[in-house]
Design a protein around this ligand. Structure first.
Ligand code: SIN
Length: 288
């Protein structure tokens, strides 16, 4: 599709990502930002190849898409030395300590900080240094996941809410500021309840909302074994799709995703190579 001015988007076959061409990070107008915003809402994920911008330019650009959200990892190993808005994702060691979050590990399918009351609306991820292979990032559409649900699953999710415990992270580590729970039943732990099908605040489209893991998740009011079974089917349906966009990074690339209607994951990579990414995150609404 060609837009009215020089900014052009080229959609990928996966239906979840488009390349944006012709956007000048050194000089852009509010109309240019409005076009990018419209393309981001339309495609769910957009990519700027070879953008090669600075940290300050990334922060300035991100500011147009909402208030910044401080990711919990920014308060731990992922803080940026001079730009508090940036989360550093890196396996490089500095002074005997990791210089960023996540190391070289795999990240399984998730939507960002699903365990918050108001998960972020967007993320902008820029490759600073990448390995020759590995560390690819994958994206899928949760609109598609909802739209293609078979009838019986659509019926099972309609009007349902999902509880996510937010005491432990996916690796079993206590989250920042949380204490060991007393009960053995995670449904009695601290957590957050979101609709299992959320309606996007800007597009009005419905998307399946599975968060980041079926462990420690419960479809409210459903016997636990039934909830586990339904969640397993929903995860299989959502992540088993071929409609996945795979980003093979070059340094300078930027991916920008809408966290309200997509999920992503990343591959691990050789720990002897270096991968450094800088990410900004913008605020979202409480899912409804
Ligand atoms: C993330 O989950 O935000 C990290 C993605 C990546 O490092 O590619």
């Amino acid at each position: 599709m060609l837009t009215k001015n020089r900014i052009k988007s080229v959609q990928h076959e996966s239906n979840v990502c488009a390349d944006i061409e012709g956007f000048d990070f050194n000089s852009y107008s509010s109309d240019d930002i409005a076009i990018v915003r419209q393309l981001w809402l339309q495609h769910g994920v957009i990519r700027f190849r070879d953008a090669n911008i600075s940290d300050a330019q990334q922060v300035d650009f991100s500011r147009h898409f909402g208030e910044f959200v401080i990711h919990p990892k920014q308060l731990q190993e992922g803080g940026h030395p001079t730009h508090p808005e940036i989360l550093v994702i890196s396996n490089a060691m500095k002074g005997g300590k990791p210089s960023g979050a996540m190391g070289n590990s795999e990240a399984t399918w998730h939507t960002d900080t699903w365990f918050y009351e108001r998960p972020p609306a967007g993320a902008i991820l820029r490759a600073v240094q990448v390995p020759a292979s590995g560390g690819d990032t994958y994206f899928l559409s949760t609109y598609r996941a909802y739209d293609t649900l078979p009838g019986h699953l659509r019926e099972s999710v309609t009007g349902r809410q999902i509880f996510f415990q937010n005491v432990y992270d996916k690796t079993g580590k206590l989250r920042l500021g949380k204490a060991e729970p007393k009960s053995e039943d995670f449904r009695e732990w601290q957590g957050i309840v979101h609709p299992l099908v959320r309606t996007h605040g800007e597009t009005g489209r419905k998307a399946l909302y599975l968060g980041g893991t079926s462990e420690g998740a419960w479809i409210v009011g459903m016997p636990l074994d039934e909830s586990d079974d339904l969640l397993a089917q929903l995860w299989k349906h959502t992540t088993g799709t071929h409609e996945v966009f795979v980003q093979k990074w070059d340094a300078g690339d930027i991916m920008m995703w809408d966290n309200r209607c997509t999920m992503h994951r990343r591959d691990s990579f050789d720990p002897n190579s270096i991968r450094i990414m800088h990410r900004t995150t913008t605020a979202g609404e409480r899912p409804v």
